[in-house]
Design a protein around this ligand. Structure first.
Ligand SMILES: O=C(O)CCC(=O)C(=O)O
Ligand SMILES: [Fe+2]
Length: 323
């Protein structure tokens, strides 16, 4: 974490909550990114990490939940709000809400809450970008605001998040080529090298990436807050990316009306009934289903045969003379 932000966080320990909110807001406004003070206890962090790692044990398959895989270097964990109370608590942390209320206005919702394990690689597989999310064919004259809350579940020394300070709200979000940034001095690049449990907020229109190389697996989650009434870009509608949040009833005690609004209770704006995602590997999936069906048939058949054999053997033991 940059030294100036560590200093600011230390000072925060002694200021009131209003001062803290306004310091964070000022930095978010001017730099587009800001570290937050610690939001959760060590025990909560352990619980969150254990729940997250449980999802990383295997690919989602049949009745076994797990991670999703659509690319080489990341194992995606969807809908983290269902995993542990801590994931919901940070989404609705009072300081986070206060900052977002000022930065986004009071019509925003949490529109996505997911995380992933980034796998070690030397490749810069993601690249510099601003997050494209809204329909740029319909919105040209302003940049709708979107903020992400990032949360590290592991210590991050490599493959950390990088952000070009002050690059937010300048251009409609898009991919950015390396050559476009050659004039940017190193001092203008924020690097989130930070320990497990660290959190930061960033305006997603600013230029950012996960840095390369990634030398050890990184577990992190990213929460996406924006106005749900802003029309979404076509590819995200087709993918049903910003589906209404999936929640776990066990964690929803004590919500305020504002919390319910942020979680999108009762809002069907981006809900798509009977959604079916386009298959990316239909032939491969059919082959897997065929092989699995064959396995179930084999298990069913061998189960029936062994049941019959057991009956025969237990029948023959009945005929043994009783002692
Ligand atoms: O994985 C990272 O550090 C970058 C994530 C990112 O670009 C995003 O969440 O918008
Ligand atoms: Fe991004």
């Amino acid at each position: 974490m940059p030294a100036n932000q560590i200093g600011a966080l230390k000072k925060m320990a002694t200021v009131t909550s209003t001062e803290l909110t306004s310091t964070i807001l000022t930095t978010l406004d001017s730099e587009g990114i800001v570290m937050l003070p610690r939001l959760i206890s060590d025990q909560q962090l352990r619980d969150m990490r254990a729940a997250f790692e449980a999802r990383l044990q295997n690919l989602r398959w049949s009745d076994v939940d797990g991670y999703e895989r659509t690319e080489l270097y990341r194992h995606m964990v969807q809908d983290v709000l269902t995993l542990d109370q801590g994931f919901l608590d940070i989404a609705l942390y009072p300081l986070v809400k206060e900052v977002l209320n000022e930065y986004l206005g009071t019509h925003y919702e949490l529109c996505e809450a997911k995380g992933w394990k980034s796998l070690p690689t030397m490749r810069d597989f993601h690249g510099w970008h601003g997050d494209a999310w809204y329909d740029q064919t319909r919105i040209h004259d302003y940049i709708p605001r979107e903020v992400k809350l990032a949360f590290y579940l592991t210590d991050v020394k490599s493959g950390f998040f990088q952000y070009v300070k002050g690059s937010h709200r300048r251009q409609a979000p898009r991919g950015v080529r390396h050559q476009e940034l050659t004039a940017v001095p190193q001092s203008q690049i924020f690097e989130a090298r930070a320990s497990a449990g660290s959190a930061f907020l960033f305006d997603t229109s600013g230029i950012h990436r996960q840095s390369a190389p990634i030398l050890e697996p990184r577990l992190a989650c990213f929460y996406n807050y924006h106005d749900p009434d802003v029309p979404l870009q076509k590819e995200d509608v087709d993918y049903y990316r910003y589906h209404p949040l999936l929640l776990n009833a066990a964690y929803l005690g004590g919500l305020t009306k504002e919390d319910e609004r942020i979680l999108g209770f009762g809002n069907k704006t981006n809900y798509i009934p009977n959604f079916r995602r386009q298959q990316r590997h239909p032939g491969f999936q059919r082959a897997c289903e065929f092989a699995f069906d064959a396995r179930l048939r084999y298990l069913d058949f061998s189960g029936r045969v062994s049941g019959k054999l057991k009956k025969i053997f237990s029948g023959s033991s009945d005929s043994k003379p009783r002692m």
